[in-house]
Design a protein around this ligand. Sequence first.
Ligand code: B3K
Ligand code: ZN
Length: 849
Amino acid sequence: MKDMTGTTIYLEDYTPPAYLVDEVHLTFALAPEATRVKSRIAFRPNPEAASREFFLHGEDLTLISASIDGVAVSPEITEAGLICDVPDAPFIFEAEVEIAPVKNTALEGLYMSNGMYCTQCEAEGFRKITYYPDRPDVMATFTVRVESDLPVMLSNGNPGASGPGFAEWHDPWPKPAYLFALVAGELLNHPGQFTTKSGREVELNVWVRPGDEGKCAFAMESLIKSMTWDEEVYGREYDLDIFNIVAVDDFNMGAMENKGLNIFNSSAVLASPETSTDGNFERIEAIIAHEYFHNWTGNRITCRDWFQLCLKEGLTVFRDAQFTADMRSEPVKRITDVIDLRGRQFREDNGPLAHPVRPESFVEINNFYTATVYEKGAEVIGMLKRLVGDADYAKALDLYFDRHDGQACTIEDWLKVFEDTTGRDLSQFKLWYSQAGTPRVSVSEAWEDGRLTLTFRQMTPPTPGQPQKDPRVIPIAVGLLGPNGDEVQETTLLELTQAEQSFTFTGLAARPVPSILRGFSAPVILERKTTNAERAFLLAHDTDPFNKWEAGRALARDVLLRMLNDGAAPDRAFLSALTTTLADDSLDPAFVALVLSLPSEDDLAQAQVDAGRVPDPQAIHKVREHLLDAMAEALEDQLRAAYAANQVTGPYRPDAEGAAKRALANTALMLLSRRDGGALAQAQYDVADNMTQQLAALSALVTAGSGEAALKAFEDQWRDDRLVMDKWFALQIGHAEPGDTAATVERLVAHPDFNLKNPNRFRAVFGALAMNQAGFHHDSGDGYRLMADWLIQLDALNPQTTARMCSAFQTWRRYDADRQGMIQENLHRIMMRDGLSRDTAEMVARILE
Ligand code: B3K
Ligand code: ZN
């Protein structure tokens, strides 16, 4: 039983562990219903601890026996763990417990997926495997013996003895229990090899179920690129003789960085041209890199406690973004990251789930693996790098690795290396870690005698538990463009530190157009009174690719809002700005595709709220569709030309260049199918030899209302491929008409391949429902009802995925009284479920608060 009391844990209550662990020996006798886990743990009193209470975490375990220094003991067992009298000196604790992996549908601890054993321990899953101080500041070396008749048995570290029925592993690097992993099954490996810069030979493997072995090559290439990049850019080398990656179908998230044995959701590893889109390839490359980079930022240097999660996650997301920018296009990566940040993190920061990058309390830590901790955590590091400069950033990182290798650290430790490297006082900067909410920065301009003065004001609205905010340090990158479009002031970094502050540029021949917050230099909402003519000017001339795109995006948003609120017609000036962009051959096609894609319906709903209006999801959907139709009509000839010019010939390669062309051609195709009823899309569908082309054609056909035959053909072709079928499920719901969305969900959950227990399939359906704003928020309330019905069912099996998906409701206060009432009713229905998990209870309570 879980601790259902919902006790809140506070950062300020941190105390060091009473006992430290030097060494752990584990023996697993695997059996689906009754796995036996024997542990032998060398404890010693922690000289820095105030208490001597010996408590080991343990949940859902059957204790068979326990002893201390070889003498049997009978500890007190609670629903959270074990308490026992122990000597005030080093001692050996041994225990044997029994667990039932086959019954573990929560996918946390040791569980089974398609006959394969695997583990997920972060954050607090190890306590479902055996009794242990399951906290990240207890680090120990692990030796593991796995016994079973399965052919492949893996754990962390380097391989030791093995023979029929057993395999031993030893991990020489002290680690917290959350990095423990075990895998056993009938697996095949795709092998690889890497020699580190100091000459260590490393055996690499990607392990998959038979049938998937042809889809591993890209993951292996990505791993080798990541290992090389981390040596070149951060000077970080790999530190074991072997690195294993395992693909598993049932997994609550993307992947997990267990030391030497990364476990991945199969969707984040398996790739082939026929089954994976360009987007999938890029995501796989990024996740492989992310987990690999954790080996230093997370594993060698870990977190003292779970409040410090952003220490490893923010930094590792920042590192993987740098990697992707280096492997692919830096501007495109930045723009897509900002779209994602605004779509997920700003949304979170703006509602009942807002919390600081370093939260100060939680009930269930799994609920804090959020866009704020990850993505805003990475933005904070980006700002720090901008403020100190690249050279000092590199020095500070070297110091961080030197000073803290092998330790469990805090944000204070992290900031101290920057203070020591640069002599800067980062106490104000630290507010980024403790204050929730997205700062609003407004800017006004004054022009006089060749001097341009920019005056900034910053304000952060209240968030739960934080009514008042102090001004933060905000790095604002600014450039100036002359009236003819030439840059008259290169990018310069302004440091806003006060609530209101002015900066003056002098010696200007004519009044320039400022380009503010270049590269999105801080995660803030910039408010600036400007005209659409100026936006179009920046879209045409800005040298900063991010702000060039941003200008087009702001223009599109303004046009849509005027259509929505004033009944305006699609704006001719906007359409002509798009014509100019499409005609500019010097632009990266991926960039052009981004300019052609409109703000999402959720983005527009938030824009309505910001303007003091109540968003109407159906009206937003209609207006956005109307503008897309108008774009298709006005740009038809150019879109046809772009479609033709961006066809990629030859065998499919998942590189950035080909992907960019396909992105533009397929954006054109989506628009063109509004003109030709899907004829071009059908032609593309019929000859497509890769999933990017096939899926884009299918989406275009469905959007054009002529997708029935292709949907059937797609299902017949791919019914045996789980990951491709996830796309088939998601696409139909994502593209369903608002009034038809709930019926589409009902039809698909009745499909024989819908499987509640598989998180990928559940997310394909209900993630797509949440994304289809007009469908989810349809006045019938059917979207809300369906979501709640299925979350209630899922909670009994998998609390983590249920709790995460509750965030679909987080924007409920935006809407009209009817919708608010219906959402509340459904949230209450979830809350009332007997035995509701702590995970979901915490999320629903926070959303309703
Ligand atoms: N560290 C894991 C996430 C664990 C989530 C636990 N609920 C993956 C990652 O961020 O790399
Ligand atoms: Zn991570």
